[in-house]
Design a protein around this ligand. Structure first.
Ligand SMILES: [Fe+2]
Length: 323
């Protein structure tokens, strides 16, 4: 039994029109909509469902306000689903819906497991010319993205008041592997021994907060992180922090405030791990969150830091230069 990755997510939201615009600007495809429901997809068919928070069919919310109400995990086959049924059936929250299995994790989040509905996609990152390898782009200009088109949802991050309980659940019940940790504070978990650095990350704060921190969308390459971030900024959505780079996973990131709850992240170029990987322990401090990062983002028009002094000082420098 092996879980392949995130097959879909469902947000419960308060402002459907704002979410409709946000996820269109974010670069998802709107495949179905009604007065109370929006169904988006990433390039590989990972489902992003937006529902009214008042929708009685949704699993219970783990916090007030807009947030994630369900995470859907994909497996390869019906046999894998059968194996998972054996591992989960004694949970009090377990529900068998035939083609999918449901339960609640120790953090209170609704989980669903099903045979993956994602599609294989052939999109490629931009060829790069780097020292030490044969040039990948010759007599050819590089690509400049005017917006992002996320390939899939790559990972989700939650605050939890009980880190030990969620880590035990994901490892022992679901077969996840620990990739790295902030001991006593956070755990990066991947759903299979071989794959991207983390599919889920849990963070325990001294306040005991429970809730969503962010949903992260994989894009093709670093140029798409920048192009997508600049586009979403031009559309008027507010950056929390980004662009930047994570030392723990090596990924480049850009986090934007999401009307569907918490933050949405564009990321690319995370470390790929195998069973040979040895989990490392990090101290939870800003330098381990970001090697570098732009707080508040880049202005989508001028490419200068939002809320920063750069634009004004550049103007003053320009005036000084003209005197
Ligand atoms: Fe992330």
């Amino acid at each position: 039994m092996q879980i392949l990755g995130i097959d879909g997510i469902t947000h419960g939201v308060e402002d459907l029109p704002a979410c409709r615009q946000f996820f269109l600007d974010w670069g998802l495809q709107l495949v179905d909509e009604s007065a109370q429901a929006l169904d988006f997809e990433t390039l590989n068919g990972c489902q992003v469902q937006i529902r009214a928070a008042s929708d009685a069919t949704l699993p219970a919310a783990i916090e007030s306000g807009p947030t994630l109400r369900e995470a859907v995990w994909g497996v390869a086959s019906a046999a894998d689903l059968d194996a998972l049924r054996v591992r989960l059936h004694d949970l009090e929250s377990f529900r068998d819906e035939g083609d999918s299995l449901c339960c609640t994790d120790p953090n209170g989040l609704g989980l669903r497991f099903r045979v993956s509905r994602k599609r294989a996609v052939t999109v490629q990152g931009v060829p790069m010319n780097q020292w030490g390898t044969a040039p990948q782009r010759v007599d050819q200009r590089s690509h400049f993205y005017d917006r992002a088109e996320p390939v899939e949802v790559g990972h989700i991050v939650f605050f939890t008041p009980d880190l030990d309980a969620v880590v035990r659940f994901y490892i022992e019940r679901l077969g996840f592997a620990l990739s790295d940790s902030y001991p006593g504070r956070g755990a990066f978990l991947r759903c299979a021994a071989e794959g991207g650095h983390h599919d889920v990350f849990f963070l325990q704060l001294p306040t005991g907060k429970r809730g969503l921190n962010h949903v992260a969308y994989v894009v093709r390459d670093i140029h798409e992180v920048f192009g997508g971030g600049l586009h979403i900024s031009r559309c008027g959505w507010e950056t929390d922090i980004g662009p930047g780079r994570h030392p723990v996973s090596s990924a480049y990131f850009w986090y934007v405030k999401n009307p569907g709850g918490a933050l949405a992240e564009y990321y690319t170029d995370e470390d790929m791990l195998t069973a040979a990987w040895q989990p490392r322990e990090f101290e939870s401090r800003p330098e381990n969150f970001a090697e570098w990062a732009v707080l508040g983002g880049l202005d989508g028009q001028t490419r200068r830091q939002k809320h920063g002094p750069a634009a004004e000082s550049a103007t003053l420098a320009g005036q000084a230069g003209r005197k």
